[in-house]
Design a protein around this ligand. Structure first.
Ligand SMILES: Nc1ncnc2c1ncn2[C@@H]1O[C@H](COP(=O)(O)OP(=O)(O)O)[C@@H](O)[C@H]1O
Ligand SMILES: [Mg+2]
Length: 260
């Protein structure tokens, strides 16, 4: 097998902007991520990080600029199309279907399953059953991977905030994404569970899954992320090695709201 081509970026944002009623939330942001990356995205509240994620993943259409995933222009594509192209994301505040079980929530993941298409149930019941069996197997695998097997049949409402983050991770992994964008995986998670989440993410990264992580926990960013990108007031301030970025004066200013 030919070695993977690492020269082509996995994800590129080209002068991406998003305005809300004339107010810029993301301004001409450009960056690129290499396959296998474990990149971090930091910046104060309101910097535009979540809006950037929304524009990258089809949750919102950017006002201008381009998003290129593995050489393919996905600018303005729907969230469903982007997800199937291999770019998944988790939410800052996960909202699982509270009354559905953990397993059912994870099995919901891949949209466009055969079983959802009315005619397929009549014309190709065997194919539908085979696909459901594969989805069930994948769902169980990922629930086990994130350590939630004991809660598989419980309604999602019983999960803690941290467990909901793990559920989200399992949910997106069922679709075998190439790149996963995580919006504050550490927020509201107790330290023991956070350690587990970080370990799971690191394992997936070693297995070849690429990540871009929004996070406020600087210890987590410093230990896990490379490179680290910094946004403030909608703009990409700088990007680089975690240790360098975190002691950069513009980063300190962005967080403290002015020169120290
Ligand atoms: N759906 C929206 N409608 C209007 N303004 C929004 C919307 N989403 C975000 N914003 C605004 O965009 C700016 C960036 O927000 P956000 O992307 O959530 O920042 P961050 O994730 O870095 O905290 C903020 O000023 C926020 O109020
Ligand atoms: Mg946010």
């Amino acid at each position: 097998m030919a070695p993977p081509d690492t020269s082509e970026p996995l994800l590129q944002a080209l002068r991406l902007s998003k305005h809300f009623g004339g107010q810029p939330a993301v301004r001409e942001v450009s960056f690129s991520l290499q396959p296998g990356c474990m990149a971090g995205l930091i910046g104060p509240n309101g910097a535009g990080k979540t809006t950037l994620f929304n524009c990258l993943t089809g949750a919102m259409k950017p006002s201008s600029g381009q998003v290129i995933l593995a050489g393919r222009d996905i600018t303005g594509a729907s969230a469903d199309v982007v997800f199937h192209a291999g770019l998944a994301r988790t939410f800052q505040i996960p909202r699982p279907f509270a009354a559905m079980s953990v397993l059912e929530n994870v099995m919901l993941a891949p949209p466009g399953q055969l079983g959802e298409r009315f005619w397929a149930n009549w014309l190709r019941p065997g194919a539908v059953r085979a696909q459901e069996a594969r989805t069930l197997e994948a769902a169980r695998h990922w629930i086990d991977f994130v350590g939630l097997s004991a809660l598989e049949q419980q309604p999602a409402r019983v999960l803690s905030g941290g467990q909901r983050k793990l559920l989200e991770l399992a949910r997106v992994m069922v679709a075998a994404p190439r790149l996963v964008l995580l919006d504050e995986p550490g927020a509201g998670v107790n330290p023991a569970l956070l350690e587990q989440i970080v370990a799971r993410i690191a394992t997936l990264n070693r297995q070849g899954v690429s990540f871009l992580i929004i996070e406020h926990n600087m210890d987590l960013v410093a230990s896990l992320c490379q490179p680290v990108m910094v946004m403030a007031e909608g703009e990409m301030l700088l990007s680089g090695d975690a240790a360098e970025v975190l002691r950069h004066e513009r980063v300190v200013e962005a967080y403290l709201g002015g020169p120290a």
